[in-house]
Design a protein around this ligand. Structure first.
Ligand SMILES: C[S@@+](CC[C@H](N)C(=O)[O-])C[C@H]1O[C@@H](n2cnc3c(N)ncnc32)[C@H](O)[C@@H]1O
Length: 254
């Protein structure tokens, strides 16, 4: 029998409040595979986040903002929501040093309680895939002002190689999360116009070779650089998008 949304929310809350995920195995590979992707991701996000200046911004599944906002990003206001008390408290610690107003709410992103058209921008890092896409995207659309923007960074689950990896390593994820597949994009497309940047196919294969060759050090090397360059090149070819492991989606409310 499938779980209710309340049961899924409770599991998510427990996982994040109690720090139940086990990600130590993948960390070594990530240090190689994502060495250059993270730099590319940061550069792209820095550019996209310039739009956040002077705007009313909502982050769902906070507190990504603490690492995404460089010194020159100053929204008019930032509202942070999370279903986990612990995650929300961690975000509050970062908020102390910021010069713009930040509010925190314990809230389910599948059922936002803000008024219609409250925000100029809604964003999040690795959050949509923990949610009911139809419900959460409906709420994101509702709380955005006309022409309001979205920015999301999400994992993908379209490449059979990643599907197998995920099946073999269930403890790295919460039980009900689902990295995005093409049907999720169709739902987003109903309410938003958007474009993407794709990350991490060759960088993962080459990162794996680099880890075998160098061990858990010397991440800044030619193998990882080649993997990353191949990703940049092949990510421009639409029919190869399903190979990739992560995506930045950025767009506007229809
Ligand atoms: C993969 S983490 C990402 C956290 C943060 N955005 C980041 O990038 O580090 C997923 C986050 O989603 C939150 N979350 C899960 N279900 C949620 C829901 N229904 N509403 C709001 N937040 C939720 C979790 O508590 C957790 O903080």
């Amino acid at each position: 029998m499938s779980k209710t949304r309340e049961e899924i929310n409770q599991t998510e809350k427990d996982y994040w409040n109690e720090g139940k995920l086990e990600r130590s195995k993948i960390k070594k590979l990530r240090r190689h595979a994502f060495f250059y992707s993270y730099k590319r991701e940061k550069k792209i996000l820095n550019k996209l986040l310039e739009d956040f200046n002077g705007q009313d911004v909502l982050e769902i599944g906070s507190y990504t903002w603490a690492s995404w906002f460089t010194e020159n990003i100053k929204p008019k206001s930032l509202t942070c929501i999370n279903i986990s008390e612990v995650e929300l408290e961690s975000g509050k610690k970062h908020a102390i040093s910021k010069s713009f107003p930040i509010k925190h709410h314990l809230m389910d992103a599948n059922a936002l309680t803000f008024e219609d058209e409250s925000f100029d921008i809604v964003f999040g890092g690795a959050i949509l895939h923990h949610l009911d896409i139809e419900k959460s995207i409906g709420h994101v659309h509702r709380v955005l002002k006309p022409g309001g923007k979205i920015v999301f960074l999400e994992p993908l689950n379209m490449n059979p190689f990643y599907k197998i990896y995920r099946k073999l390593n269930p403890k790295e994820r919460t039980p009900d999360e689902h990295a995005l597949v093409s049907s999720d994009f169709k739902i987003i497309k109903e309410k938003f116009t958007f474009d993407h940047y794709f990350f991490d196919f060759f960088s993962v294969l080459f990162g794996f070779m680099s880890l075998k060759f160098f061990g858990d050090k010397n991440y800044d090397n030619w193998i990882n650089k080649l993997g990353s360059n191949l990703d940049v090149f092949f990510s421009k070819i639409p029919f190869l998008h399903s190979l990739f492991a992560r995506v930045i989606i950025y767009g506007s409310k229809k």
